[in-house]
Design a protein. Structure first.
Length: 317
């Protein structure tokens, strides 16, 4: 309950776009977090401190999401520790929270290294002195962390990992998450497609575990139903193959495209879609949880390109 409360409060904390851009550019300084949050537990009146390691991509490709999550989590910790606006009272009676932010860069190896190094040589010299871990963002990072945290019997809660395999409590007994599995997402998407009476769906997914798993789930869900929907082919792409793959998708029969990839990849896909005239009348795009156009502002300056991208996403499901 403690961690669920922390994450629920974190989801309500916004981050100013300008500050977020600067934080991504200058992530090493972590100015968006400051030092006040790490002192919050000591300032409040409490008999025990619960130490939480927050594993966020503070730099790298996904830093915009990581900076937002880290700042929101820190705000939630401060609010819990000082409920009512005073350090004389806190939401958890005699308990206080202390958040330590670690930079995963959204890379499994880096996340595992940072958590292992922190627990060995950080504030403490034993694994059992950390109470919980919040993170990671991607399923790959979360799985990597489980290799260490299961052994140490440390609970972990992920705010962004959606791979269905993580629902297996026998394989991941110390893991919980605050986001639904992609399996539930895909069921809703297929139901919507049936309501729209579409017949041919083109699947476009990133060439990653996340992308391929989502594409496979969509095909499985369609195959399990009595439906007119058909997926002739699944197209996967990476940074090197994306433009050629987009041309292949344009030449294919389907005009309904299900896109399953990260926000940064979606940004590049839609830039290509504009260039190839694959938007507007005659085209329908259905996106998974990446479809948050405000995040695209972190990739481009205010101006014609951003306006063009937003116009391209009009009608996106």
């Amino acid at each position: 309950m403690l961690l669920l409360l922390l994450l629920a409060a974190a989801a309500l904390c916004p981050v100013v776009q300008g500050e977020l851009k600067q934080a991504c550019v200058d992530a090493a300084s972590q100015r968006c977090l400051g030092d006040e949050g790490r002192l919050a537990a000591h300032d409040a009146v409490c008999s025990r401190v619960l130490h939480i390691a927050g594993v966020f991509p503070i730099s790298g490709e996904s830093c915009f999401e990581g900076i937002q999550a880290a700042a929101a989590a820190q705000q939630a910790v401060d609010d819990i520790n000082t409920v009512g606006g005073t350090t004389d009272h806190n939401l958890l009676a005699d308990y206080c929270l202390e958040l330590y932010v670690l930079n995963s860069r959204n890379e499994p190896g880096m996340a595992l290294h940072e958590v292992d190094r922190f627990m060995k040589f950080g504030q403490w010299d034993a694994y059992n002195h950390i109470d919980a871990v919040v993170g990671g963002l991607s399923s790959e990072v979360t799985k990597a962390l489980q290799q260490l945290l299961q052994w140490a019997s440390i609970p972990q809660i992920s705010y962004g990992s959606t791979t269905p395999a993580l629902s297996d409590s026998r394989t991941y007994p110390t893991l919980a998450r605050t986001v639904p599995s992609d399996k539930l997402l895909v069921a809703g998407i297929v139901g919507f497609m049936e309501q729209m009476d579409w017949e041919i769906v083109t699947v476009l997914a990133s060439d990653s575990e996340f992308g391929q798993a989502g594409a496979a789930l969509l095909r499985q869900e369609i195959a399990s139903r009595t439906t007119r929907l058909n997926v002739p082919q699944v197209y996967t792409f990476n940074e090197d193959t994306r433009k050629a793959t987009m041309q292949d998708v344009k030449n294919a029969e389907g005009r309904v495209i299900f896109l399953h990839c990260s926000v940064s990849e979606a940004h590049d896909v839609f830039k290509d879609a504009v260039d190839l005239n694959m938007i507007g009348s005659g085209w329908a795009w259905v996106g998974s949880e990446w479809a948050q156009d405000t995040l695209f502002e972190e990739f481009v300056e205010q101006g014609d390109e951003l306006l063009e991208l937003k116009q391209a996403m009009e009608g996106l499901v």
